[in-house]
Ligand binder design. Sequence first.
Ligand code: SMG
Ligand code: MG
Length: 367
Amino acid sequence: MTAEGLAASPNAVELIRVRLPFVRPFRTSFGTETEKDAILVRAMAGDGLEGWGECAAMAAPRYSGEWTDGALLVLRDFLVPAALTGSDSGVRGHAMAKAALEAALLDLELRSRGVSLAAHLGGVRDRVECGVSLGIEDDLDILLEQVRRFVDAGYRRIKLKIEPERDIEVVRVVRAGFPSISLTVDANAAYRVEGADHLRTLDEFGLDYVEQPLGEDELLGHADLQRGMNTPICLDETITSATVAADAIRVEACRVINIKPGRVGGLREAVRIHDLAEAAGIPVWCGGMLETGVGRAANLALASLPNFRLPGDTSGSDRYFHRDLTEPFVVDPDGTMAVPDGPGIGVHPLPEALKEFAVQREMIRTA
Ligand code: SMG
Ligand code: MG
């Protein structure tokens, strides 16, 4: 997205790197996260108006090829200068960096027009259903305690991270303790096609879906696996664009899609995927990248669209942080969370929180 054609054009963009400690380390098949290391994009117009976006990239390129240091450079040296001059950056890849800038420019624009992001995107509900994603735990009693805590708090779906060797038995124990909850697993691409027989064992447990069992580029591998499995496959890492989503649906590589605006290059592409999945009868849900309140607000707006029919990884602020960057997001006892209805994303980073968590700030201005 360029600044061209917008009612509120930015004359400066600030990139703010923040580090927020997590309340609990989050372990997946690719590593352990102990803090949120994110870039905030702050688009500023002359009249004091500003728009905010959060980059979903993590500190290391393990979930996808992007990472915070790389995203900061591509934003600083290519994407932001192009946006400030209204030109096309010509940058290939870097979906998360592009998405963060698009979000900030859109937020600026919508705030200037007094329109909420949810209304702009075509949202149809003012509350969304929340799920929670639980990291891998060595001690299954601790995992069971975590499940208990979030089930009691009203969360409508529990997702367990799995990896080879820590999968079937984990699911068996959790399912035995919680026979009727909505339960899913996420492998973050940790399995190979040859492991299909093993993965099929998951069919015993009445899971809503198994998320991203195979590698990011294994469209046909997932289609083969889905043919032999009753549990629906949900694709996350694989779905990098509307084109890939259309292909995945066409070859029946999945029956559910996780949409993350960062992974697909922005909210506009996310809406395209939502629309084509809806036309194909494929339900979608909103994924998460352990965002601060800035990214969370945009995710909630997206999740208010009609085909977001399954609970998202849109958990309350207290699941991640002792203190969020924005006013905290709260999940009600019925497992739903309010979609912000103020102009733009409807929230902003609190100045004291920015002071506490910002570790690096760079201002880029029009020449
Ligand atoms: O935002 O609650 C959240 C985390 C959800 O599990 C989550 N995200 O593959 O879906 C996923 C992961 C990606 C980030 S793992 C560090
Ligand atoms: Mg996932």
